[in-house]
Every structure is written in C-alpha cells, then in structure tokens.
Design a protein around this ligand. Structure first.
Ligand code: 26Y
Length: 796
C-alpha cells in the first residue's frame, strides 16, 4: 500500500479530500491525523482478519489479559514504527510541507490507567503481538481516562479527561457482539431432575458493547485485539425510572476509579469490576462455544490472566457459566476454572488490598455471591482437614470474614498461578504477606520480574540514542533486547562515549525547551537533570527528594564557599483526587521551586521544575533527557517499579533503595554503576515488626534534618505557611511511617556521590553505557516469554 512515498502521498491526499470534503491546503492537523489513522487501520485490516482466522484454524490456545487499566498513550507513532513505514510517511508528508511530529502531537493519550499497573498492561500487549503470541487485552472503554492535571497557584486541580472528544480512529464498535450483564435482583433456587437450579430474576440488565482496537506487533503480521467494553442501556429496560436507569448504566464506563469514599462510589466500582469480567468472559465463552460446541476442554485452549484483583470476579463468573449454563459438577467446573485463570499481585500495601463489604456485594451480585460463599466453605473445610482446630489460621485465610469479601484470597484460591512482579516482591509475598497461602499452595507461587517495551521506550522515544545503538551493534536488539549487552564493550570506547554525550545533550536541550515553554523556567542545559516522575504517594517518598533539595538550598545560602555541580530537579506526578496528603506534597514542590528558582544568591546552581499532567506522551520526552533516575521508595514498598527501567534504557543512572526491581538492576550493573542508599527491606520490615524506630531522635540529633523539617512550619514557605503541618506531623507526631528521616543522611551521602561522579564525565558516560547495555533483560519481551512458558503454556 505504501510501497514508496509517491504512492503514500497519492493515497493520503485522495483519502483526505474524500473523507473531509476539503482540499489538503484547508485541512487541519487533526484531519491529517485521522486520515493517517484510517489508512493504517485499512492497511492492517487484512492482517487483523488473518490473525483471527489463523488462531481459529490452528486451534491455538488464546490468552486474555483482563485489566481495569490500559495506559496506552499515543498509538500513531508506535504503529508507524511497528509497521516499518515511519520513514516513508515522514518523507511523504515533508514533501507536502507537513511534519509528522506535528500530526503526532494532536493525538490525545489513551490514558485509561493511572500508573505502573496500567502501563505494564500496555507494554505486555506490544510484546505479545511482537512475539507472535495469541494474546489479547480486555478492559473498559472509560469515557474519561485519568483526570487532566492543572496546577493553579501550586495546587493540583483535576479536570475531566476527554480522549474521545474527537472520536477514536483506532477502534471499531461491534454492537452485534454486545453482552448482557445482570445486576441486583434475586436468585430463585429450585430442583429439576434431581439437580439444583439457580435462576437470577428481576435483574437490572446492562449492555456491554465492545470496541475493538488492533494491537500491531513490531515487524510481524500478527495483529491482536484489545477489546474495550462500553456500558449502555439495554434495549428494553424493565425499570420504572428510565432516566435514572440510563444515568446509572452509563456511569459504569464513565470514569476510571470513581471516588469510593462512600457506599454509592463503592457500588459503582464493584459494578465496573463485574461489568468488565462478565462482558469479557461472556464473549470468550461465546466464541469458544461457536468453535468447540462445549466447554469441557476450555482450560486447554484458553488462558485468562487477571491483572491484580480488580478482575477477580472472573473466577465466580466462569464457575457460574460452567455450573448454571453448562450444568457441570462443582468439581469439574472448579478444575476448569482454576486451570484457566492466573493472577498477578502488584502490591503489598494493605490499603490497596481489596475487601468488599458483604452488605454491598450480596445484593448487587446475588448469584456471584452465592458461588463465592460456596468456594469459601469448601476452602475452609479443606483448611480444617489440614489444620484441625487451628481456628485462627482458618479465620485469617478465609475468603469471607467479618463481613468482608477478600479479593486477594479469592484470587489465590481460584487461580493455578500467583506471581509477584520482582524477585524481592515475590519473596515478600511468599514469606510475609501471603505466608499462610504459600504454606498451603507452595506450587502456585512464582515470580515474573516486570519489563517494558524497549521499542516504545527507546526506539520510539529516543531515536537519537536508538540510532547510536544500532550503529554500534546492528539492529538485532530491536527484536532481541538481550543483544543490548553487546554495548558493554563500547562503555570504554571514547568515540562512542562522545556520541552518547552528544545524544544526551541533544535530548536535554529538547526537554529544556519544553520546560521553558510550559513553565517559563529557564534551566541550565548542562546541569544534571535529576528526575522523579511517578504517581504521587507517601511510600515513593517524593518528600525525601524535597527535603534533600531544601538541605542543599540551606547550605548554599549559609556558606558562600559551598558549591555544587548545577542540578535541575524535575518532578512529574499526579495525586489521586482524594489523597490530600499527596496533594500537599505537590504544593510543597511548587513552593520550594518558587523559593529556589528566584534566589539570585545561589547563582543558578539549583532549579526545581514540576511538569504538570504527567502522562505517557510526556514521559516519552522526559526519560531520554534524564541523567539521574530517582527510585527512592521505602524498601519493601515498591513491588517492582518500571520507570526505573525506562530511565536505565535511556542511559540515566539510578539513585535508589534496595527495593523492587532496583535490586535486579543493581545485580546487573554492579555497585559501581548505581547509587544505593538507605534501609534494606529486611531492616524496614524488622522495624515494623518490632516498633524500633523513633523519628524524633533523628530529628533531634541531625541539625540538617531539624532545619528542613522546621522549615515546613516556621513560615519559610510564606505563601502556604500552615499548609504543610500535616507533612510535619507525618514525620514527627506520626513517627515517619516511611522512614524518610531515617534514610535522610544516607540519601544525602549518595547524592553527594552522584554529584562527584557526574563531574568525571568519562566515568559517568561509562556508567551510562553500562546501564543501557544491561537494560535488555528488562524488556517486556523477556517477561512475556516467561509468562507464556510458565503460566499460560502458549506458543507462537
Ligand atoms: C482499586 C485500587 C485500590 C487500586 C488501584 C490501582 C489498587 C492498585 C492500583 C494500582 C497499582 C499499581 O499501579 N501498582 C504498580 O504496579 C506496577 C506494575 O507491576 C509496579 O511496577 C509498581 O511497583 C506498582 O506500584
């Protein structure tokens, strides 16, 4: 179709005029974007159909990845790259007088997620398709993705995100494949031919309408599917109040993470979860029945993966279909269900472990609740046999206890595989958080260290560096990321390092320009770009970073002879709307920036920048420009982290704790090429178990700490003098749950080492090159191969 740029130009112009009824000269960037998008969709439609036909004909086992989040970002650039037509298109457009980059910029991010878990799902889709594996995503087509963040006077303001405002060129609505989902009502139980029957009556029906998006792999004909479900009123609603019914129905796919502070919000979240699951399983089963007629060997041809516990109702939903529709025995249904479904845990934080009150659950999903009760009873009976008389243990492990349904327990009991996302995380699950379950089901537990698609995060995001890499080691790394290790021998090659420095400078200049445009802050392009971008959360300790900057500032002010290598501290973070503490940290960063950036006395040695509305497309501009990657979570708290990998592959050096995947980065690059500080996970957990840390002592004994902590409340930040009291209290009155003060001295020391190391450019560039060389392991291709082999049992 686009054999050469002449052909491309011809088709492009013809399509544009045909669809928009205007001359090219009158067209907008948005028209051009839509035209390109439509051309790509047509271009791949044959491969999309063929992929589905091949899957059917070859009876290949299919994987479905169920996730409440898919943080896709922009798709145009990534699809052009994966199809290998970027150059043709770029050159063709140039001859028409337009820049491909400008067209790319009008695409709104598909921001259907809030952080690592959602971006991981998106990276996995790319790897599945690129490895020619039959793996598809299923999620919710939220009308509004994660809120748009505006900063007003230093405070975060949330605006509804509107990614569908101009339509979505990548999707195909498939109304004929809609699935009916049932809520509320009651269950009639009766006997028929000696079998118990369950009849769900008076249910409120909701239509789940699928929108399919193609997932185009790199340099392959495989086109998988991401199916996103939209909630619509049923054709013939039985409800009295039709308007209210319509509103309530559409609310299901309106927002990602509606506020769940009250019961109404909780009901809506649980509705979303069941909606996703019932629609996904419903469509998988329907397709399967069409092909095989019955569900007896379902687990041999289908694998369903649940991304955290949010889609865990897949377990009782599949049971419901096998029991009530297929009329299987409990034992057969259970065997098929547990052998089909597998589960990844992404956190050990107790506030993120989902527990639903029975009083909400039972009326909303009456039949599903009955099935969970039965699963729980059978499980508890087994526990009783194994641990007779051990009430405490059984109570601890039960799926329903004290009026709550524990979703993680349901996941472990109902899946054949449970995995953590980094070595240390999986160990913590086995030996602490899920210890009892590991004792009972040791064979289920395994680790799959996270990865990122190196194609988006290096090849697409940083073409300058990608070209340099290719010049050194050829193009093999694009499909085989492990080949990046061949860069190791260039780590001491002077001309390679010179090029590397050049590329980094170029990317820093691009980011500096963007920062200036967005914030008005002029930054020194030769300063160290020290970056912390991630969700805002106490455990991620943006506060530790801030306190260190305050300390540097104080020192520069107090001692005119003290100098540092100039540094620009760059932040990007959204705070979840109800998380007031996190929002205060955002304000704190802004207040600090205000003070530091305008202080002539420190002679531009320090700058603080907050980039608003951090999201995938912005991330792609930040990672390539970073010198230092801040991965400073309280050890044991960050399950893995994946930003750390995106920095590493772009040649940034990590300053971090021994937490999550940092540990595996450390193991690969060695202690000379990473800056590690702070308590270990063992030490942190020991403190938690023995209550041994007293933050006040650290405050009392360390003048530097005392000064910066006092400055939170003593009028130092005069624009918000009483706004930071809760932060002050978290550090002292609440005894610093995240060990910020405990790790402060060690962090300062590590930061000093960073500054010194950077001054030795030759050595620094060597560190940078070694980081890139060792990043191949952290490709999601590797991760997906492991899932495919160990958990899903699927093959190309
Ligand atoms: C439902 C609600 C309580 C909830 C909403 C979102 C619970 C969890 C989440 C999201 C969690 C998340 O993004 N976790 C991150 O997953 C990444 C991918 O595995 C990890 O790298 C990262 O450490 C972890 O915080």
């Amino acid at each position: 179709m686009f054999a050469n740029k002449e052909e491309f130009k011809y088709t492009f112009l013809q399509r544009l005029e045909m669809v928009y009824g205007k001359r090219f000269s009158e067209s907008t960037a948005l028209d051009q974007y839509h035209t390109l998008g439509n051309m790509i969709r047509e271009h791949i439609s044959n491969h999309w159909i063929q992929t589905n036909e091949r899957n059917r004909a070859e009876h290949k086992k299919q994987v479905y990845y169920l996730s409440i989040e898919f943080l896709l970002g922009r798709l145009l650039g990534s699809y052009l790259m994966n199809l290998g037509i970027r150059d043709v298109v770029e050159e063709g457009l140039k001859e028409l007088g337009i820049q491909l980059r400008d067209i790319e910029e009008v695409e709104t991010d598909a921001g259907l997620g809030n952080g690592g878990l959602g971006r991981l799902a998106a990276c996995f889709l790319d790897s599945l398709a690129s490895l020619d594996l039959p793996g598809h995503g299923q999620g919710i087509r939220y009308k509004h993705g994660l809120f748009d963040q505006k900063i007003v006077n230093g405070y975060q303001v949330e605006l509804p995100e509107q990614w569908l405002r101009h339509g979505n060129v990548w999707e195909v609505r498939k109304e004929d494949l809609a699935i009916e989902v049932n809520f509320w009502g009651k269950v009639n139980v009766y006997t028929e031919n000696g079998r118990l029957k369950f009849h769900h009556i008076d249910a409120e029906k909701v239509m789940a309408v699928p929108y399919d998006m193609p997932v185009i792999g790199y340099d392959t004909k495989t086109v998988n599917t991401l199916r996103l479900w939209s909630a619509e009123p049923a054709k013939f609603p039985m409800n009295k109040n039709v308007m209210q019914y319509k509103r309530e129905t559409e609310a299901i796919s309106e927002f990602l993470y509606p506020d769940d502070a009250n019961d109404e919000g909780k009901i809506l979240r649980l509705k979303q979860q069941y909606f996703l699951v019932a629609a996904s399983i419903g469509s998988i089963v329907r397709e399967y029945r069409n092909r095989y007629g019955h569900l007896k060997d379902f687990h041999q041809h289908v694998a369903i993966h649940i991304n955290d516990t949010h889609p865990v109702l897949a377990i009782p939903e599949l049971m419901r279909i096998l029991l009530d529709e297929e009329e299987m025995s409990w034992e057969d249904a259970w065997y098929i269900t547990t052998n089909t479904i597998s589960y990844t845990n992404h956190t050990t934080l107790s506030e993120a472990l989902e527990k639903w009150p029975v009083y909400i659950f039972k009326p909303l999903l009456p039949r599903i609740y009955m099935i969970i009760e039965e699963i729980n009873e059978r499980f508890c009976r087994n526990l009783w046999e194994r641990y007779p008389g051990d009430w405490k243990r059984i109570e601890e492990m039960a799926i329903i206890a004290h009026g709550l349904v524990k979703m993680a327990h349901l996941a472990i009991v109902g899946c054949h595989s449970v995995n953590g996302v980094a070595k240390i995380h999986s160990e913590i699950l086995k030996h602490r958080e899920m210890k009892r379950f590991y004792e009972y089901f040791p064979e289920k537990f395994n680790n799959k260290t996270n990865g990122i698609t190196h194609r988006r995060w290096l090849l697409k995001a940083n073409p300058e560096l990608a070209t340099l890499v290719t010049e050194a080691i050829g193009t093999g790394w694009i499909k085989h990321s492990e080949q990046l290790i061949e860069l190791k021998r260039y780590a001491t090659d002077a001309s390679f390092k010179e090029e590397l420095a050049h590329v980094k400078m170029k990317r820093k200049a691009i980011l500096a320009k963007l920062i200036c445009e967005k914030t008005g802050i002029a930054i020194d392009e030769t300063s160290i770009f020290d970056v912390q971008v991630k969700r805002l959360h106490a455990y991620k300790r943006q506060l530790l970073n801030v306190l260190h900057i305050m300390y540097l500032y104080n020192r520069l002010k107090a001692d005119p002879n003290f100098t540092i290598y100039p540094r620009t501290f760059i932040f990007g973070a959204k705070a979840s709307p109800g998380y007031h503490y996190a929002k205060r940290i955002i304000k704190l960063i802004h207040s600090l920036a205000e003070k530091v950036n305008h202080d002539k006395q420190i002679k531009g040695q320090l700058k603080v920048v907050f980039l608003e509305n951090y999201r995938v497309s912005l991330a792609e501009k930040i990672f390539p420009a970073a010198d230092v990657s801040e991965q400073i979570s309280t050890a044991s708290k960050e399950a893995s982290g994946t930003g750390n990998m995106k920095f590493m592959i772009n040649g940034a050096v990590t300053i971090g704790t021994m937490d999550g995947a940092n540990i595996e980065i450390f193991e690969r690059v060695g202690s000379d090429n990473i800056f590690i500080f702070g308590l270990t996970a063992e030490e942190v957990l020991h403190y938690y178990e023995n209550g041994g840390y007293h933050s006040y002592e650290y405050y009392h004994h360390d003048q530097r700490i005392q000064q910066v902590v006092n400055q939170l409340v003593n009028g130092f930040f005069h624009d918000a003098y009483d706004h930071f009291e809760p932060i002050y209290d978290s550090l002292l009155a609440q005894n610093d749950q995240y060990f910020v003060l405990r790790d402060f001295a060690s962090y300062v020391e590590a930061q000093e080492k960073v500054g010194t190391a950077y001054e030795h450019q030759e050595k620094w560039l060597e560190m940078s090159a070694i980081n890139i060389a060792n990043s191949g392991y952290f490709s999601s291709d590797r991760t997906i191969r492991e899932y495919a082999r160990d958990i899903w049992n699927i093959h190309e």
